[in-house]
Design a protein around this ligand. Structure first.
Ligand SMILES: *[C@@H]1O[C@H](CO)[C@@H](O)[C@H](O)[C@H]1NC(C)=O
Ligand SMILES: *[C@@H]1O[C@H](CO)[C@@H](O)[C@H](O)[C@H]1NC(C)=O
Ligand SMILES: *[C@@H]1O[C@H](CO)[C@@H](O)[C@H](O)[C@H]1NC(C)=O
Length: 200
């Protein structure tokens, strides 16, 4: 019990530290929209490779995402993850609606029937942009929120999510992604490798 308490405290401390580094000064960067984004090529099975920190990190591993286009042209999202504590797999479901701004931007809504205790740690509702993908190997999702004061955005907090069709991506692709993020001054130092061991 005491052990668990200490661990939890450490996790909380590292959480606040990461949270600080994921907050940038000024408004969210404007990332160029992908040309000819092909939604149907983007659907299918994805495996979490790296992510910037969010609370789910505390409890999840083996994150898998399945995307299928529904009859309305939006995307049904099913996210499977394994609890690091109990080893139990759980599924969260949601719908990603194509934004009017651009087909590579999705507004995600959770329609999960999971117990609240679990679902509140999953990536939440919000706007996600596919900022880079080759469809067959990797995809980079980005979500950013401005913190404004009197309508002037003073700071932003963002989330970077690197997905792969396989459990790993090559060093070349990884450095291409990091260069791309650096170009927009998105810090890749804070990206953490996802846990993909013993996932079956
Ligand atoms: C953040 O603020 C900037 C400057 O006002 C604005 O151009 C941009 O659209 C905002 N981004 C988001 C994600 O709200
Ligand atoms: C989009 O992707 C699908 C599935 O990979 C493919 O069949 C289709 O030809 C692509 N469309 C365009 C316009 O490239
Ligand atoms: C998408 O989800 C809706 C309900 O959430 C379901 O009725 C529909 O069959 C699903 N479509 C696909 C293509 O999975």
């Amino acid at each position: 019990m005491v052990m668990l308490g200490t661990q939890f405290l450490l996790l909380l401390v590292s959480f606040s530290a990461k949270w600080v580094t994921s907050t940038g000064v000024g408004p969210c960067p404007r990332i160029k929209y992908l040309d000819n984004f092909n939604i149907s090529a983007f659907t299918g099975h994805w495996i979490e490779i790296e992510r910037s920190f969010y609370l789910m990190e505390l409890i999840s591993s083996c994150v898998r995402m399945d995307l299928s286009q529904n009859f309305k042209g939006n995307i049904n999202v099913s996210i499977t993850s394994k609890s690091r504590w109990s080893g139990v797999f759980s599924i969260s479901e949601g719908i990603a609606t194509v934004s009017k701004k651009h087909p590579s931007i999705f507004v995600y809504k959770v329609i999960s029937t999971l117990p609240k205790a679990v679902s509140r740690y999953l990536p939440g509702a919000g706007s996600y942009q596919v900022i880079k993908t080759d469809y067959s190997t990797y995809a980079v999702l980005y979500s950013c929120t401005n913190f404004s004061f009197a309508t002037y955005p003073l700071a932003n907090t963002d989330l970077v999510w690197i997905l792969g069709r396989q459990k790993e991506i090559s060093a070349e692709i990884r450095s291409e992604i990091y260069d791309f993020l650096a170009f927009y001054q998105i810090d890749s130092e804070r990206l953490i490798l996802a846990q993909n061991l013993n996932c079956n």
